[in-house]
Design a protein around this ligand. Structure first.
Ligand SMILES: Nc1ncnc2c1ncn2[C@@H]1O[C@H](COP(=O)(O)OP(=O)(O)OP(=O)(O)O)[C@@H](O)[C@H]1O
Length: 278
């Protein structure tokens, strides 16, 4: 049996400090507290964390607050450095938030819009090199053919894919994706999560994704955080968090997780809590 390579002190230190830690975090709006005293132990780099919860549970508020776009207080340590006191521009160099929909009325074509995003985050070098990178990313996303189409003439799903390209080109340390699959067909959903995983691992990003589809969380999440009414109800590996009990408590549904013939866990819903069982 070959011996495990010994971890060097620096590796141990990195493992303990590399990633995002959320401490006593509160967030909301002038007349409405939404996220209350949230504490999340290290969300590691190179992994996908899926944020689940019913409508109105605070997922978007949390993501926007992590990006510095919402009122918030508490501590957010990225690799040991607190993001909260940082000027917004400095925080935005490391943290990228992709909202559910791109802003309307932007009359740029796709290629221009992604080069603008790249330049805004400090991307330098020759324009031709920037264009090559963007075209590679568009090819990976399967939307190379849209490079010269105008943003305001794209379908909802095409806009989502362009938004993802704008986010990835900025090479963030913390990538926050708010329902990036909601307008995508099944093929693109799979393709996008596959690409997000590869980029997360290759660039060692802390990625947090909001989805409503429990099967996506089961299949693509390394870790799941489940919110209800702004409170963290569960945190752990997908199959430890997504259980009949948490589905009942958080979503009010009677459900179970079963493995398909290929071994992939999937959710089956039998009804609502309180319905007569058949
Ligand atoms: N701009 C705002 N001002 C005041 N309250 C808001 C604002 N935006 C959202 N809220 C409230 O904050 C709470 C959490 O909303 P949030 O959008 O974060 O939920 P969510 O979990 O992302 O929901 P969904 O799954 O429906 O997108 C809701 O009660 C909502 O009404």
């Amino acid at each position: 049996m070959s011996a495990m390579p010994e971890m060097q002190p620096q590796d141990l230190l990195n493992a303990a400090t590399q990633g995002l830690q959320i401490r006593d975090f509160n967030a909301g709006y002038p007349k409405r507290h939404v996220i209350r005293h949230l504490n999340v132990p290290m969300l590691p780099r190179g992994k996908i964390t899926v944020l689940l919860g019913p409508n109105g549970s605070g997922k978007s508020t949390l993501l926007r607050s992590l990006a510095g776009l919402n009122r918030a207080e508490g501590q957010l340590f990225l690799d040991g450095h607190d993001l909260m006191p940082m000027p917004f521009a400095r925080r935005a160099e490391q943290v990228v938030y992709l909202p559910q929909t791109l802003p309307a009325g932007v009359h740029l074509h796709v290629l221009e819009s992604i080069i603008v995003a790249q330049r805004a985050s400090g991307g330098k070098g020759k324009v031709s090199e920037g264009t090559d990178k963007v075209m590679t990313l568009l090819r990976q996303l399967g939307i190379e053919h849209l490079a010269l189409s105008y943003l305001d003439q794209l379908s909802g799903g095409q806009k989502q894919l362009v938004g993802l390209a704008q986010s990835l080109i900025r090479q963030p340390s913390l990538l926050l994706l708010d329902e990036p699959l909601s307008a995508l067909d099944l093929n693109y959903q799979f393709h996008v999560m596959d690409l997000v995983r590869k980029e997360t691992q290759k660039r060692n990003i802390v990625t947090v994704v909001v989805v409503h589809d429990i099967n996506i969380a089961l299949r693509h999440g390394d870790r799941v955080l489940m919110l209800k009414d702004g409170n963290l109800i569960a945190d752990g590996e997908p199959e430890d968090v997504i259980t009949a009990d948490s589905l009942a408590r958080v979503y009010g549904v009677r459900g179970r997780i079963e493995r398909c013939s290929q071994g992939t866990p999937q959710i089956l819903i039998d009804g609502l809590v309180g319905d007569p069982e058949i």
